[in-house]
Design a protein around this ligand. Structure first.
Ligand code: ATP
Length: 216
């Protein structure tokens, strides 16, 4: 089973750490602040007070044996960069780092982060799309051109098949899944029907998704 080390247990880091632990994974949390460490002691596998910029401390904690490292130090950009670099140099396969801004993100990628997240920016995008189009339930930007969107089916789509609706041709959308109550139809085909209350998970170009938002 995968083991996770979360460095920096602020709002973002502690939320990632608690969730992974609830999902049944082993989670080591490290933070420089003793109070924060105490407050998480019962919510994750191990919570340790340490300065993660100290390579020897990380070695002593056996951090190199973890499969995934999550660096969620935000304000102190220098420490975030240093810790990401140390984790990659130790050989951790997958390191995710949280960035404050684009430049910080670029540096994190350059020094070897496998994935960089911008929680505030990404959440802002998702909330904004949900506000302008109430049938857009979730919005994940894949790149500046493409996104994945979770949307409620439009009434004019009910009881029609994906083939009849020509989703790709008419809307530029690829339907990846249809959620119907508890059921999920993965990779639906041209013969699959859309029913009232269905939620579609689609991938498409942002310009096509924007057109969809204007239909609401
Ligand atoms: P969030 O938005 O997730 O609350 P933030 O972006 O405001 O966080 P910070 O508060 O700067 O980020 O950092 C998150 C956590 O990282 C804090 O709890 C802080 O104590 C911890 N931290 C900062 N530097 C280090 C370090 N060198 N080693 C370990 N933990 C650190």
């Amino acid at each position: 089973m995968k083991q996770f080390v979360v460095i920096g247990l602020g709002r973002f880091g502690s939320s990632v750490a608690r969730t992974l632990y609830k999902l049944g994974y082993d989670v080591l949390g490290i933070d420089i602040n003793e109070e924060i460490v105490q407050s998480l002691a019962d919510s994750i596998t191990h919570a340790v007070q340490a300065d993660a910029t100290d390579e020897n401390t990380l070695k002593a904690l056996g951090v190199r044996n973890f499969d995934v490292g999550i660096v969620s130090i935000g304000d102190d950009i220098q420490s975030s960069i240093l810790v990401t670099l140390i984790l990659k140099e130790m050989g951790i396969k997958y390191v995710i780092a949280k960035a404050q801004n684009d430049l910080h993100g670029k540096v994190l990628y350059k020094i070897g982060a496998d994935r960089v997240v911008f929680p505030e920016r990404d959440m802002g995008v998702r909330v904004a799309h949900n506000l302008v189009a109430s049938n857009i339930l979730d919005y994940i930007e894949l790149s500046p051109d493409f996104s994945i969107v979770e949307l409620e089916a439009f009434p004019e789509w009910y009881d029609k098949t994906l083939g009849e609706l020509k989703m790709r041709k008419n809307y530029g959308l690829n339907v990846m899944a249809i959620k119907r109550g508890e059921d999920v139809i993965v990779s639906p085909g041209a013969d699959d029907f859309i029913k009232k209350g269905d939620i579609l998970v689609v991938v498409g170009q942002n310009k096509d998704i924007e057109k969809l938002e204007k239909l609401v």
